[in-house]
Design a protein around this ligand. Sequence first.
Ligand SMILES: [Zn+2]
Length: 130
Amino acid sequence: MNTIPNVISRTSKSVDWLFDRELEAADNASEAEYDRRERIVGSIRTAEVLDEMAESMTVAQEEAFMEALNRGGNKDVHTLYCLIDQFKEAIVKRRLAEPAPRFSMTYCSQCGKALGPGNSGVSHCYSHGA
Ligand SMILES: [Zn+2]
């Protein structure tokens, strides 16, 4: 009996298996990246978007924004949304560029309160404003 086809078949299965593991690792990495982005998007407050707009709007963007706000038609609502979203995305991009926090959850050692993702927990309640 010729064993070469068996060896080829087994080798091919091993390669498939390795390829699957690589795909799985890539999937997990992109899933983690997606989750991180979603957490960042969910953490952005209205005041932060408004600050971003106030600080970085160009004259042309401000004119477009105010004209749209003053007219208030359906197209204008879309323009307002696009402008606001643009500044929210700028915040998201900036936060994504920051290194990911070391721990997915941190805690207060004194009361045990969960404080969200971070590089370290805190020792005392006064550090988290309690
Ligand atoms: Zn505490």
